[in-house]
Design a protein around this ligand. Structure first.
Ligand code: AKG
Length: 230
């Protein structure tokens, strides 16, 4: 009788250690599902509860820094709506593409949510955090033309991309514009690492397949890209 609480305590302790070990093993075994032209693609890395938690954090960001549709340097309004979190936000107008320290409404960008940084720590670095989390929202008809991410100072850091919501048709090209491309559907919870030799590979999003995810009540797709800027 007297031993019972002790035994229960021991069993509880070992059970805790065992589940801790299992979680650690699962984290360690994060394997990339596929590599396309040097882009590491982790299908379904983010599970459904983590996607919902991240979405809730992004809503908090959007309350402080509301999404807007910037103009390209040629004067066309972009079809995606975007906002940012972090030290810098990505911005574009007649003066060109660049990073800026304030939202167009004059406020500082909110901090990058911890739920987002977890993925950066897991896949990129625990020492250097990203300076910018660009948040793109693709509504009906929105797309993103083929481009390179090259407004950053140091291309040795990858760009980490996280997809939430409806599927997006992601196109991967080459180190220079043009040539043959390959496309794949990115689904909610998929994560892509664009780094090393593929850091400056052209990529874009051709279209969104509405109604393929229940995450966003009104449909559409959110894409986050984490970037080291300076
Ligand atoms: O939406 C995506 O999957 C890619 C986004 C992107 O290429 C960018 O923000 O530069």
């Amino acid at each position: 009788m007297a031993l019972q609480p002790f035994v229960r305590g021991e069993v509880g302790y070992f059970w805790l250690k065992w589940t801790e070990l299992l979680h650690k093993a699962r984290d360690f075994m994060v394997t990339r599902s596929l590599t396309v032209r040097g882009f590491g693609i982790f299908k379904g890395l983010l599970e459904s509860p983590a996607q919902s938690a991240m979405l809730s954090d992004l809503r908090d960001v959007a309350r402080v820094a509301p999404p807007f549709s910037p103009r390209t340097p040629s004067g066309k309004a972009m079809t995606v709506q975007l906002t940012s979190a972090g030290k810098y936000g990505w911005y574009s107008d007649g003066e060109g593409y660049r990073y800026v320290t304030k939202h167009p409404n004059g406020t500082d960008w909110p901090p990058i949510p911890a739920s987002v940084l977890v993925l950066w720590r897991k896949l990129v670095s625990t020492k250097r955090m990203p300076d910018c989390c660009l948040i793109n929202y693709y509504g009906e008809g929105a797309r993103m033309g083929m481009h390179q991410d090259k407004d950053e100072a140091d291309f040795s850091w990858p760009v980490l991309s996280i997809s939430l919501g409806d599927q997006g048709l992601f196109r991967i090209g080459n180190a220079t514009r043009g040539g043959k491309t390959e496309s794949l559907w990115l689904s909610s919870g998929d994560v892509v690492v664009m780094g090393a030799d593929a850091r400056l590979t052209y990529h874009g999003v051709d279209r969104i397949k509405f109604g393929t995810s229940a995450l966003l009540p009104k449909g559409g797709r959110i894409n986050l890209t984490l970037r080291v800027v300076d």
